[in-house]
Design a protein around this ligand. Structure first.
Ligand SMILES: Nc1ncnc2c1ncn2[C@@H]1O[C@H](COP(=O)(O)OP(=O)(O)O)[C@@H](O)[C@H]1O
Ligand SMILES: [Mg+2]
Length: 308
């Protein structure tokens, strides 16, 4: 559909995940070129609207992660400008970017997510979270909207709590404190409404933090995940329900942890998953028969406007 049109890959951006976005965006740009598309890159800054007009793109491939890219803001601008774009629309993007809102939607749909409390920067001391948080340690403290494990701490005792809360508030004025789920971590990519094979994630450090995510050899990715077939399809089904509950479109990735009972607890939904050649979504797509370039093409072909 976009063969004779101009594709703009939006990359870089202003969020804490800028570096990862540059990697994703450049990998996507090469793939599009190899597939024969007329594609250019647009590094997103405050002048992005001007660039979109002067570069006269027909469709946008959004390769931005985090704020001002994955959160519905750029999607809203593209809607107004009438430029179709890849991935989820404004509302699903905004909901998925906010871990608190995501949890509310998941709970409404009776989908399991770790127990949590939410705190606002201006009143967290008054709320004295340390005295009444959930049922005890360990806990996970995270800003409501960031990615790549930025600002997230696993807290093993009360002594570590204050520092973790302060760190999370550096990124957002709202944080969540979540029960720690001790079990295998898994992720399920969804491509245009179908779940991809489940991948198990085993970080060597035990915590899938920024370093474990982006340093090669720091994490083992196990495929197929070491679970019974029945459980695997149940997990894929749960991931798809979460994708639909938020109203996602195109590609997305659902991060989960299995609890002792084997139930999948949903941590978050990424509406613009990492797209470097070694990222999780391309890995899962590969096991479903899509090479990287074909995956990129599939994602592009699902680009659309949502508020028509
Ligand atoms: N409730 C939890 N229990 C155990 N580990 C968690 C929990 N929440 C987050 N983590 C760990 O932190 C990582 C990042 O958390 P996640 O909620 O997916 O945020 P991000 O948007 O930064 O990826 C997870 O991949 C997992 O390793
Ligand atoms: Mg995650």
């Amino acid at each position: 559909m976009w063969e004779d049109k101009k594709v703009g890959v939006l990359l870089g951006g202003l969020s804490a995940e800028r570096d990862i976005s540059l990697l994703s965006g450049n990998a996507i740009l090469s793939a599009l070129k190899e597939k024969g598309y007329n594609a250019c890159s647009i590094d997103v800054d405050k002048d992005v609207a001007k660039r979109l007009l002067t570069d006269r793109i027909d469709v946008a491939f959004i390769a931005l992660h985090g704020r001002w890219g994955e959160d519905g803001t750029i999607q809203g601008m593209l809607e107004i400008m009438g430029i179709p774009y890849t991935g989820s629309g404004v509302l699903a993007s905004a909901l998925a970017m906010n871990k608190y809102m995501t949890k509310i939607i998941l709970m409404f749909h009776r989908l399991q997510t770790p127990d949590f409390q939410v705190f606002q920067a201006e009143n967290y001391l008054k709320d004295r979270p340390g005295e009444k948080i959930l049922s005890g340690y360990p806990l996970v403290v995270k800003p409501v909207s960031e990615g790549s494990t930025i600002g997230i701490s696993i807290v093993k005792n009360e002594g570590q709590l204050k520092k973790a809360i302060k760190e999370a508030f550096r990124f957002n004025d709202q944080i969540i404190i979540e029960e720690f789920i001790d079990g295998p971590e898994i992720t399920v990519g969804i491509l245009n409404g179908s779940p991809l094979p489940v991948i198990e994630i085993v970080p060597k450090s035990g915590f899938y933090d920024y370093e474990s995510k982006y340093t090669s050899g720091m994490t083992e990715y196990i495929f197929p995940a070491r679970l019974a077939n029945e459980q695997l399809s149940e997990i894929q089904n749960t991931a798809l329900k979460a994708y639909k509950a938020l109203g996602c479109h195109g590609a997305a990735r659902v991060d989960m942890i299995l609890d002792v009972k084997g139930n999948a607890n949903i941590l978050e939904i990424n509406t613009i998953p990492g797209m470097t050649k070694t990222s999780l979504l391309p890995k899962a797509a590969y096991h479903a028969g899509y090479d990287f370039n074909t995956l990129v093409q599939e994602m592009l072909e699902s680009a659309r406007l949502h508020s028509q």
